[in-house]
Design a protein around this ligand. Structure first.
Ligand SMILES: [Zn+2]
Length: 448
């Protein structure tokens, strides 16, 4: 007797298919094919075991198939028709546990098979919609879906995780350090050295810290279609702090985020030559603490003593922040805000288009998943930009103390927010380091 291929035997809920047969020694051999029932699953991924079943049937290696129920063998009319044709060509039999022999050799048998298939497909689609709806409803209600981030744990109420007393302080520290401008790699390295390990995986990494900071649950929020809204549970840090951290990460220039902050100078890469437009950088040597053009051998030889330029800019910032109208200075300038709003609108339109195409059946949710995820990530980043500033109103009470307290990345962020440009003029024919800050000009972001 030829071996028999079987589909879910153990229980209707089983998602795998099992092929059983007798090997040459006469002992029963069995191998489980994971998710082998359908050619492709509902995400469009191929199902190798189902393909093998078709090949075995076509090659005449098996002459009977056993399934739990006829409607569980196929989920699409196309698959069913192919299968019927294969049975027709090979004369193989199908036996089902629930409905007995599945005879597709007569037109009546084929009609029943097709009807069962259609009913089963509708049922499967309804289940999918129900699950998606339940998922969306839970999120609308502010409940958490998905893995619970480090720093939190399940509580008695489903969907409402709570702070994990042991891990929460570590999370709070990570947020504080991001706001202070520490590089993510530095935070990870430090946590590892102190033996503070993540839940899964061996050690913290740049990505691990980045994911941790990005989890909305930690700020007591859920992500509904790319927008962060307050959840039905408390996070580990406040919503304000969470948003500030996202803004700090988005705004930090790429190279700067990975550089140790003690190596940063105040104006390096920000100060430009008024005449040539070259970017000036802080020279590393103590005996030559000057800002000089980055590219050596260029035509620009302008330079200025670092301490003189830094002091001048610091005084300028502090004096400006003391003005009564300073409140808006440390947030995003209106021009950038407009750009952010425009890009947000464009991306939201694109997302709605995709959702519409899926609703109309012109696009499968699986094929659009990646695009939707990319859109959601960019929208979240834009939202972080729009909403927040890494500074607090308390900084305006005593700008001088605030400036002293800020880390170098924070000060540089403040300069980028407050000034469109900071330039340095050449001196009359002399190129050596000069300590004259009157050669420094600024253009304020508010146009003055
Ligand atoms: Zn120059």
């Amino acid at each position: 007797m030829k071996p028999v291929l079987t589909s879910p035997l153990a229980a209707p809920a089983c998602s795998g298919a099992t092929s059983m047969g007798t090997d040459q020694s006469g002992e029963l051999a069995s191998s489980k094919h994971e998710e082998g029932r359908r050619e492709r699953d509902r995400h469009g991924r191929p199902r190798p075991a189902y393909q093998r079943l078709l090949l075995d049937l076509a090659a005449g290696r098996v002459d009977a198939v056993v399934a739990w129920a006829p409607e569980r063998l196929h989920r699409s009319p196309r698959e069913l028709e192919d299968f019927i044709q294969l049975l027709d060509e090979t004369g193989a039999h199908v036996e089902t546990v629930k409905a007995g022999a599945w005879d597709v050799s007569t037109s009546h048998g084929r009609l029943v098979a097709r009807m069962l298939g259609a009913v089963s497909r509708a049922e499967s689609e309804r289940t999918g919609e129900r699950v998606a709806r339940a998922h969306a409803q839970a999120k609308q209600a502010g409940l958490w879906r998905g893995p619970i981030p480090f720093g939190m744990q399940t509580s008695d109420e489903p969907g409402k995780p709570e702070a994990d007393v042991a891990q929460a302080p570590i999370v709070e520290e990570a947020f504080l350090r991001v706001l202070r401008g520490d590089a993510l790699t530095a935070i990870a390295r430090d946590f590892n050295a102190r033996g503070l390990l993540p839940r899964r995986g061996q050690r913290w990494s740049h990505t691990g810290i980045s994911r941790l900071i990005g989890s909305p649950a930690l700020g007591g929020m859920v992500n509904i279609g790319g927008e962060f809204v307050p959840a039905a549970f408390d996070g580990v840090v406040s919503e304000q702090r969470w948003r500030s951290a996202q803004a700090a990460l988005v705004r930090r220039p790429r190279g700067e985020a990975s550089r140790p902050r003690e190596k940063l100078t105040l104006l390096g890469g920000i100060l430009t030559c008024a005449e040539h437009g070259d970017l000036l950088w802080g020279g590393g040597k103590i005996h030559a603490a000057i800002y000089v053009p980055g590219a050596p051998g260029g035509r620009c030889h302008v330079s200025i003593t670092r301490s003189a330029a830094d002091e001048f800019i610091a005084q300028l910032v502090i004096a400006r922040l003391r003005q009564p109208d300073a409140a808006g200075l440390l947030s995003l300038p209106s021009g950038v805000r407009k750009d952010v709003a425009a890009e947000t609108a464009t991306l939201e339109g694109r997302r709605n288009d995709l959702v519409g195409l899926i609703a109309d059946g012109l696009l499968t949710a699986g094929s659009a998943r990646e695009q939707l995820a990319t859109l959601a990530a960019r929208l979240a980043a834009l939202q972080a930009l729009q909403h927040d500033t890494p500074f607090s109103e308390a900084d305006l009470i005593d700008p001088s103390a605030a400036w002293a307290d800020w880390t170098m990345p924070q000060r540089r962020t403040a300069l980028r927010l407050m000034f469109t440009k900071i330039t340095l003029r050449h001196t009359d024919g002399r190129n050596g380091p000069r300590a004259d800050p009157m050669r420094v000009d600024v253009i304020w972001n508010d146009g003055t």
